[in-house]
Design a protein around this ligand. Structure first.
Ligand code: ACM
Length: 499
């Protein structure tokens, strides 16, 4: 049997020898620094195999048949890696790992905890279950990511997805070695994070959602717990407050943001582009300052996302003024800025990340922004929007940018999708799932799986090492992983599913 690791590692050799058998007596050993990764491995192995392994720390000497996770400051890093890198995210060497499995034991090495977490995800995918028990095939793996930014953006504003749903999403990000969870926390339909300076936002604008469905919001404790849960799996949370458009929830909660002072009505539809902040109102700059300052205080990660997309009701001058105020508020907190691609028209400062989503827009502002030192994150809807239908028969999802089946999500290169943007500016890839038509965890997972695995390989594996036919063969065996965690998935006809 051949192994089926996704994303494909930089180097993987299947050995001819017998596998490592896992049983009740299998020992799991690590050093102090590796404890969180070993604990995670014990948890996922217990779920998969029924064997609860105890983690033992600082056990010297050879232990036949053991799983051992250790640090190695000098671990060589596979050659390669994309030309561009986002500051604030881990350098490639920190995600690198080396794994050796044989009948007499498993050894996983990395320079730090992050690399061990990536290696443990590979181990989880290597575990095979048969009637006779659990085993790991004899392999050698030496691995590191191609792109540094490998994300998923989830819209929790159109429909609310709370802590338990997002923990299940983080588990998937970890399994596929994605490292950024971007949360679209505010939009016309709802405000989903409680900020201490502005309690009225959640008090008045969190109850609703599209079609009158129930809403919700994160309180500070739930938010901190989610951020910690993600960090423990090597995932950075990037929160987005979308301004200066997509703001009806704010205008509904705060009448002083509306010319005339009257709060707007709650909105439960799915139109875009109709709401806006107003540069001329005195309340607007205080609002921008307070919300981004609060958000920064609740965010250990390096980035805040200011939105900036689809503002159809104002002149460029007012747009640039408002985006500029949001950006300044973020920079005052010491955080780095992400904005959707329209923000490229505001002469972003060097190091600002602009996120491409709509390939129909003129690329000239992006090229100029990249020339000025901005960095580019690739989420072209035709490849990376996992709320688009798989095909014309898909009951959920939207079609504004066509259909995205598994091969569309897989067969592209973030560094060349916009040829005029230099590869040195491209920091990675982010899938996105907007939730106008998605109400439940099952809906969400059914849109993510299997396409998220394809985007994960686009991010992790070098383009010259990727081929759809090889990916199809490996992906075909992944439903066992999803079903073990109770996740719904879409059986795309492009894959010959096994089992
Ligand atoms: C977007 O899809 N409006 C970023």
């Amino acid at each position: 049997m051949t192994v089926h690791v996704v994303p494909a590692p930089a180097a993987l050799v299947e050995l001819a020898g017998p596998p490592l058998l896992l049983g009740a007596g299998t020992r799991l050993l690590t050093c102090e620094a590796g404890l969180p990764a070993a604990t995670l491995l014990a948890e996922v192995l217990a779920r998969a195999t029924g064997h609860a392994l105890e983690v033992e720390v600082e056990v010297a000497g050879p232990v036949p048949g053991a799983l051992r996770l250790e640090l190695d400051d000098d671990l060589p890093v596979p050659v390669g890696g994309a030309a561009g890198h986002a500051p604030g995210l881990a350098p490639r060497a920190e995600e690198a790992y080396r794994l050796a499995v044989a009948a007499d034991g498993l050894v996983l090495h990395a320079r730090g905890l992050l690399g061990l977490l990536r290696g443990v995800a590979t181990v989880r995918q290597l575990v095979e279950l048969t009637g006779a028990g659990a085993w790991i095939p004899a392999v050698q793996v030496h691995d590191a990511p191609h792109h540094g930014w490998r994300g998923l953006s989830v819209d929790v504003a159109r429909h609310f997805f709370g802590p338990a749903d997002l923990e299940a999403v983080v588990d998937l990000l970890w399994l596929y070695k994605l490292d950024v969870l971007h949360l679209h926390l505010t939009d016309d339909q709802g405000w989903r994070i409680d900020l201490p300076s502005r309690p009225e936002l959640v008090a008045r604008s969190s109850a609703g959602a599209v079609d009158g469905d129930p809403g919700g919001a994160f309180d500070a404790t739930q938010w901190a717990a989610l951020v910690d849960y993600a960090a423990a799996r090597g995932v950075v949370v990037v929160p987005e407050i979308d301004v200066p458009g997509h703001v009806n929830a704010a205008l509904h909660a705060c009448g002083d943001l509306v010319p005339g002072g009257e709060p707007t009505a709650q909105y439960e539809g799915i139109d875009v582009g109709f709401s806006q902040l107003t540069a001329g109102l005195p309340a607007t700059s205080a609002f921008l300052g307070e919300v981004f300052t609060d958000l920064a205080a609740m965010t250990p990660g390096p980035y805040l996302h200011v939105g900036g997309d689809e503002v159809l009701t104002m002149a460029h001058e007012e747009y640039a003024d408002l985006v500029g105020q949001a950006v300044e508020a973020v920079r005052d907190t010491g955080k780095l800025v992400v904005g959707w691609q329209e923000a490229a028209t505001t002469a972003p400062a060097p190091g600002t990340v602009v996120q491409v989503w709509d390939l129909r827009q003129d690329p000239a502002p992006l090229v100029a922004a990249a020339d000025g030192g901005a960095l580019v994150l690739m989420s072209p809807a035709t490849r990376a929007y996992l709320d688009l239908k798989y095909d014309a028969t898909t009951p959920l999802g939207l079609e504004w940018a066509g259909h995205v089946d598994v091969r569309d999500a897989y067969d592209w290169d973030p560094a060349t999708v916009l040829p005029a943007v230099p590869a040195t500016s491209v920091v990675g890839v982010e899938a996105a799932v907007f939730t106008e038509t998605l109400r439940t965890r099952d809906d969400l997972m059914w849109m993510l799986l299997p396409r998220l695995a394809a985007l994960a390989e686009v991010g992790w594996t070098a383009p010259q090492a990727r081929a759809f036919d090889d990916f199809r063969r490996r992906l075909a065996r992944h439903p066992a992983l999803w079903e073990a965690d109770g996740l719904r998935w879409h059986p795309s006809a492009q894959i010959d599913w096994v089992g």
